[in-house]
Design a protein around this ligand. Structure first.
Ligand SMILES: Nc1ncnc2c1ncn2[C@@H]1O[C@H](COP(=O)(O)OP(=O)(O)OP(=O)(O)O)[C@@H](O)[C@H]1O
Ligand SMILES: C[C@@](O)(CCO)CC(=O)[O-]
Ligand SMILES: [Mg+2]
Length: 418
């Protein structure tokens, strides 16, 4: 049963969740094949603060959204009466949802609010989400956004019993975050929200419990953002239509991608001398298959060329069509070589990130006592960033996040409005 918390009972709280890096198996995972992915150290943060009126406000400075609704105007939704979460479009009623790039994010909020909170009289609150992840670049920014939003609304509805720490809490967060991904993308596999919820390094097959991978091979990975915008929804639809036209051919490609992921699992667990070389091979093979599916881009091919000249294999990661590429850096590559590659990539206008793979999933922290909110947010960000050991706060744009959050509470949040 849903029990909404009266506003006076809740103190501000902060939810965070990581982005993800898919090493092998994107797209094929949508069709029931296995993929391998891990969390990255860059995270999304949702700060939830109470209000004295009955409005709910959603502030998304990263995509220039600042909307406010009267709780009584938002639709009550029963998920079992909608054939798919994306149908929320037909139920927004008189709640005005902006056109443009923020529309999907707001619709997701309306959907989750309508399912989780609208049944009960709910006092007002503000949710502000900021992210250290590049938006729409293949690192799972939508999934971490959906995980923090789902966790925040579940927390407000009184459905989390252990602040998101128990298996049952995480399962619930993951289910609702998946619904959020469905609002935006139609047919996601669930891998992105699973990584953002559980964190770690895992093999994922749709409908099965994710399998934790304990890689004995510490991976050195370079992520390069092409800065070419792409639409995950359109790329998923493109692969679907190709498969509808040529089912046997495309199923063969998807099966090969599955075999690549299965080989990768055994390589991650083995110790042989040739493991790294074989991983480089299957990275190239996996990219070739993705290119066959039509989801590569000239910019991604350029990254492959530059890194190949330094004996490093690269592939697209995430939905493709632009976004990011990952490069496996051989353990014997000198720092000088890596810096050379990074310089050449930067020269082409690409942006490189260095991150570790694997780290904590969703985390919720509450503001307690009389601590000023700005101080508390800063200390929480410090603590939550330290969940991902390799992230240095200054590398990750920490200052930007704090300044967006620090002008909360609500009276000052108007300054964030575009
Ligand atoms: N910081 C954010 N604030 C608000 N909305 C966000 C934020 N980050 C992501 N989103 C939502 O997610 C959308 C981008 O999701 P999309 O799936 O296209 O890219 P991605 O998740 O970064 O890449 P991929 O799915 O390939 O890993 C944005 O248009 C927005 O709706
Ligand atoms: C392209 C895809 O496989 C990964 C997007 O990060 C889509 C999905 O699994 O939902
Ligand atoms: Mg996404």
């Amino acid at each position: 049963m849903v029990v909404a918390i009266p506003q006076t009972e809740f103190k501000p709280f902060l939810v965070s969740a990581p982005g993800k890096l898919i090493l092998f198996g994107e797209h094929a995972v949508v069709y029931g094949k296995t993929a391998i992915a891990g969390s990255v150290s860059m995270r999304a943060y949702a700060l939830v603060t109470p209000r004295s009126d009955s409005k709910v406000r959603l502030v998304l400075p990263d995509i220039s959204v600042d909307v406010q609704f009267d709780t009584s105007k938002l639709p009550q939704l029963n998920p079992s009466e909608l054939s798919h979460p994306c149908e929320v479009e037909n139920h927004v009623g008189c709640a005005s949802v902006p056109e443009g790039p923020g529309r999907m994010a707001v619709l997701t909020f309306v959907y989750l609010f309508g399912c989780l909170l609208a049944q009960k009289p709910t006092k007002g609150f503000t949710v502000c989400v900021r992210s250290l992840l590049p938006v729409g670049a293949g690192l799972g920014s939508s999934a971490s956004f959906n995980v923090v939003l789902a966790a925040a609304l579940l927390q407000l509805s009184g459905q989390l019993y252990k602040d998101g720490k128990s298996t049952a809490d995480r399962q619930l967060i993951n289910e609702w975050a998946f619904a959020g991904e469905q609002v935006a993308h139609g047919t996601p596999s669930g891998i992105d929200n699973s990584v953002a919820t559980y964190g770690g390094f895992l093999a994922y097959t749709r409908g099965q419990k994710p399998q934790n991978l304990n890689s004995s091979n510490a991976l050195r990975v370079l992520i390069t953002n092409t800065n070419v915008p792409k639409s995950t929804k359109a790329l998923l639809a493109g692969v679907r239509s190709l498969r509808d036209k040529h089912p046997q051919v495309i199923d063969g490609v998807l099966d090969t991608i599955h075999s690549v992921a299965i080989s990768a699992i055994s390589l991650f667990e083995s110790q042989g001398e040739d493991v790294e070389e074989k991983l480089q091979d299957i990275i190239r093979l996996n990219h070739g298959m993705l290119s066959t599916l039509g989801v590569s881009h000239l910019s991604l091919e350029r990254i492959r060329e530059i890194t190949a000249a330094h004996h490093m294999a690269s592939k697209l990661t995430g939905a493709g069509g632009g976004g990011c590429a990952l490069t496996l850096v051989p353990s014997n590559a000198s720092d000088e070589t890596v810096e050379d590659v990074k310089r050449m990539l930067a020269h082409e206008g690409f942006q490189c990130y260095q991150t570790t793979v694997g780290g904590a999933g969703v985390a919720i922290s509450h503001c307690v006592g009389a601590q000023p909110i700005e101080e508390w947010v800063r200390s929480m960000l410090d603590r939550q960033l330290s969940l991902a050991p390799s992230t240095k706060s200054e590398d990750a744009g920490y200052g930007g996040v704090v300044s967006a959050f620090s002008i909360l509470p609500d009276t000052a949040i108007a300054k964030l409005a575009p």
